[in-house]
Design a protein around this ligand. Structure first.
Ligand SMILES: Cc1cc2nc3c(=O)[nH]c(=O)nc-3n(C[C@H](O)[C@H](O)[C@H](O)COP(=O)(O)OP(=O)(O)OC[C@H]3O[C@@H](n4cnc5c(N)ncnc54)[C@H](O)[C@@H]3O)c2cc1C
Length: 304
């Protein structure tokens, strides 16, 4: 699977492929992306709420290389935060630090995230810092710690079960009583830093969830993997973990029937709702997760 992911992400990085998919692909991308505008994303939020699923808004964008663009993205994110704050639903927004200029300067990312968190605090919006590829993990954790030390409580972080370092990272974060989202991990990582096999990734996923919940910290279980979801429900029930301490999170367009079922069963259920013009890298990662998705794109591109 990891070889498959590496190959798809390498092909997706070729400018000719990107050009082709960008030109003809929005119609295909709509399976995973709510649209290109905030209005379309808010319409998706309402639709999800009808099924008892709460949304996590995400303004698509990452790996920004200049300050002006990072500032423009921060403005877009604040606009989304304000629009969400006006809705009568639980409110939650995800951000990527490379979208806020992390690759240019850690200080810039801190400044912009601080502004977003202040806006979010006023509107009672929770902000999740997504975790990107392994060379950016240290910086991402440093920015998270800086925000917590600055007094922001409405912010959480993500740990990736495929990374060999994640259990140690959690241990070091525990004094912050962190709000953690546990995921498997979506990037093409080398074997020196990441476990290549599903059984070890699943075991680490469980270890991270267990450790954070045993410490009494809020934990988001973000996976579409039936085995992990079943395990988490049983594990939490057998230990009387209160339901408000953990929740299930999914990606927009992935296993919607499972999302509805989880919400119907009374678990807090959220769907990550990405929107915006910069959908290509996010879309490539969704394609890399499943061979069937690559066939779906190929078929779509070949259609007249
Ligand atoms: C809310 C949320 C936030 C996330 N945030 C991050 C993050 O910050 N950083 C990060 O690295 N990763 C993030 N991820 C992605 C995550 O790391 C995985 O790449 C992704 O969730 C796929 O792994 P899985 O655990 O769902 O299971 P898999 O083992 O990949 O899949 C289990 C089953 O789910 C279904 N499925 C999974 N993916 C797809 C797909 N793309 N299309 C169709 N069906 C699919 C299939 O039925 C598959 O058999 C996030 C995921 C979620 C749900």
């Amino acid at each position: 699977m990891s070889l498959w992911r590496k190959s798809v992400l390498a092909i997706a990085n070729r400018p000719a492929i990107e050009g082709l998919v960008r030109r003809y692909g929005m119609r295909l991308a709509r399976r995973f992306i709510a649209g290109e505008t905030l209005e379309e994303a808010l319409a998706a939020v309402h639709r999800l709420e009808e099924d008892g699923i709460h949304a996590i808004l995400d303004v698509l964008g990452e790996m920004v290389k200049d300050e002006a663009m990072a500032r423009a993205f921060a403005e877009e994110i604040k606009k989304a935060v304000r629009a969400f704050a006006a809705l009568p639903y639980p409110r939650y927004v995800s951000v990527k630090l490379t979208q806020l200029g992390l690759d240019t300067s850690e200080e810039l990312a801190k400044e912009l995230l601080g502004e977003i968190l202040a806006e979010a605090k006023a509107g009672e919006v929770f902000i999740r810092i997504d975790m990107e590829d392994s060379p950016r993990v240290d910086k991402t954790l440093a920015v998270y710690r800086a925000m917590r030390e600055a007094g922001f409580e409405n912010v959480g972080i993500v740990l990736q079960a495929y990374l060999k370092r994640s259990e140690a990272d959690l241990e070091a974060l525990l004094p912050y009583r962190p709000h953690i989202r546990v995921v498997k991990g979506a990037y093409a990582e080398p074997p020196e830093v990441a476990f290549p096999d599903l059984p070890t990734i699943r075991a680490t996923f469980k270890a991270l969830v267990e450790k954070n919940l045993r410490a009494g910290n809020p934990t988001a279980i973000a996976t579409h993997d039936d085995a992990l979801i079943r395990w988490a429900k049983d594990w939490a029930r057998e230990r009387d973990i209160p339901r408000n301490l953990y929740e299930f999170q999914f990606l927009y367009g992935v296993r919607p029937a499972l999302q509805k079922k989880t919400a119907r069963e009374g678990y807090t259920t959220r769907a990550y709702v990405p929107f915006g013009k910069y959908w290509y890298p996010y879309f490539s990662r969704r394609i890399a997760e499943r061979p069937e998705n690559a066939l779906f794109v190929l078929r779509g591109l070949l259609k007249p």
